[in-house]
Design a protein around this ligand. Structure first.
Ligand SMILES: [Mg+2]
Length: 286
């Protein structure tokens, strides 16, 4: 990746690059050169930035490390995610972000350009339409691609179901059960919509985003990073931790962590309360 003056994007002042860790400092992740940060429930909660997020990103970059924002959002493209990061005060460009929408282009099922029925927001529909052929009616589709759009109606679920009951394949941008927003509220996630369709059709979705191996491989390729010197930081055991560990990254769980539905439950390498503690693991205490 080309070098970017991130600080100028949000007018921040970078600290002197004196945070390079030495062997005697108590930072078990000092040797990582790439830090992948989950967004929902980790860097932000709805429209509120997590405590310590902008300082963590600034100091990691000042130490020469790469920071990648790796989100499972199914209703935004990288460019919209980068916009939101800057609006909240975190310097970011489109290239700093990977979402399942970007990973969709690398998915094997899209290579044969199947006729697709898509449910999700218009910005993502545009991307899908650029990758394959959009069916005019659900009955003509060979593949259902599911994202999240709060405008969902019973009629939308009915259309999506027609693809699956006729033998179509099922690709979900993520299967996150819920989405944390500010104030401890939860929104039904794309996985909740996918579960309704699976219950009705018996067809289980293939997942484009976290925790699929393909997604994390796309992420590593995008940032030209090796898993042995990368760490995945996130709030979800069944997406961030299990997926990062599966490709050989180290993992940090932040916050309470929602209970795992997997057996055995994934175990992160480190579990901390907030992003300030993540800074400590990598850079040591300020
Ligand atoms: Mg999250």
């Amino acid at each position: 990746m080309k070098s970017i003056d991130h600080a100028s994007l949000v007018g921040e002042v970078a600290p002197p690059a004196d945070v390079a860790p030495g062997p005697n400092r108590a930072c078990p992740l000092a040797d990582v050169d790439t830090v992948f940060l989950d967004l929902d429930g980790c860097v932000w909660f709805g429209d509120r930035l997590a405590d310590g997020a902008s300082e963590l990103v600034r100091d990691l970059r000042a130490s020469g490390r790469r920071v990648g924002f790796v989100t499972n959002t199914s209703n935004r493209r990288a460019t919209q995610v980068a916009d939101k990061l800057r609006r909240l005060g975190v310097a970011a460009v489109d290239d700093d972000v990977v979402t399942p929408v970007e990973a969709l282009a690398a998915h094997a099922w899209l290579r044969a350009r199947p006729r697709v029925w898509f449910f999700g927001p218009p910005e993502v529909r545009e991307v899908v339409a650029g990758l394959t052929v959009m069916a005019d009616r659900p009955e003509e589709a060979e593949l259902l691609v599911l994202g999240r759009d709060p405008s969902l109606t019973y009629a939308d679920l009915t259309d999506a179901l027609q693809v699956l009951v006729r033998g179509g394949r099922f690709l979900a941008l993520n299967v996150d059960p819920r989405l944390p927003v500010d104030g401890g509220r939860m929104l039904p996630g794309t996985g909740a919509l996918a579960a309704a369709l699976t219950y009705a059709s018996g067809v289980r979705p293939e997942v484009v985003g976290k925790p699929s191996r393909g997604f994390f491989e796309t992420v590593l390729r995008h940032f030209d990073a090796g898993p042995e010197r990368a760490v995945m930081v996130g709030d979800t055991l069944d997406a961030d931790i299990v997926g990062g560990a599966a490709v050989g990254m180290r993992t940090v769980l932040v916050g309470q962590g929602s209970p795992s539905a997997l057996d055995p439950a994934p175990v992160p390498d480190h579990h901390v309360t907030d992003l300030r503690a993540v800074r400590g693991l990598i850079l040591g205490s300020p």
